[in-house]
Design a protein around this ligand. Structure first.
Ligand SMILES: Cc1cc2nc3c(=O)[nH]c(=O)nc-3n(C[C@H](O)[C@H](O)[C@H](O)COP(=O)(O)O)c2cc1C
Length: 202
């Protein structure tokens, strides 16, 4: 099969990682792939600029702890909220929680790398394309990844906001967690199956 289609077909969100560190040249290769995504141009000081994103790589344990402490309560509150309204999603998440090794981290899944894609808020489509490139490149290099929207809810921690150097016109895309997967699920974990595409031909 065509290797790009094969990578798209076999990529899965990974929620259990080996503690093995990811070499920096591999992280750089993944970021380069994100940086090559298409992007919408914008005028700034008479110039047309592209690539409205930047990247922050978190490898340090201490900073990861800050991230977990900030976002874990938000994850818990959300689970309480969806318990009644989305019982299947709640159950899938709880099954994952039960089988997870200690210390349980349901936001960043104890991944060795948390990659923040930080971009101009009004260029969200471009930034999302960079995220997809990152996840496909990661998969093609033998890494697992997961786009963890919960992990972006860090605004309540000023230390984190300061370290990420987040400005008012920026937002976090992802973050994307990266690492060597403990296993590669055949089917997506959080929902039962991928639906076939809805297509209308004209
Ligand atoms: C915008 C966005 C936010 C997401 N947030 C989370 C998240 O917080 N936690 C998580 O485990 N997965 C998250 N995901 C991953 C989805 O759950 C996953 O892509 C979906 O279940 C399909 O599974 P697959 O990626 O294995 O095909 C997110 C995906 C997207 C695109």
């Amino acid at each position: 099969m065509n290797p790009v289609i094969e990578a798209i077909n076999s990529r899965r969100s990974i929620r259990a990682y080996e503690p093995t560190p990811v070499p920096r040249d591999i992280i750089n290769a993944v970021i380069e792939a994100g940086n090559l995504a298409p992007s919408r141009g914008r005028m700034e000081n008479g110039e047309i600029l592209f690539q409205p994103w930047r990247f922050v790589v978190v490898e340090g344990q201490e900073f990861k702890q800050k991230l977990v402490q900030t976002t874990n309560p938000i994850w818990k509150q959300s689970m309480e909220r969806i318990k009644e309204t989305h019982p299947e999603t709640y159950e899938n998440a709880m099954n994952l929680y039960e089988t997870m090794d200690e210390p349980k981290d349901m936001v960043y899944y104890s991944a060795p790398v948390v990659l923040f894609v930080i971009g101009l808020a009004s260029y969200d489509v471009s930034c999302a394309l960079a995220c997809e490139n990152i996840m496909l490149a990661a998969h093609s290099l033998g890494l697992g990844s997961c786009y963890v929207g919960f992990g972006s809810m860090v605004k309540g921690n000023t230390d984190v906001v300061k370290a990420l150097e987040l400005t008012d016109d920026e937002r976090i895309f992802g973050p994307i967690v990266l690492g060597y997967p403990k296993d590669l699920p055949e089917e997506p974990v959080m929902r039962s199956e991928k639906k076939p595409p809805k297509i209308k031909w004209i």
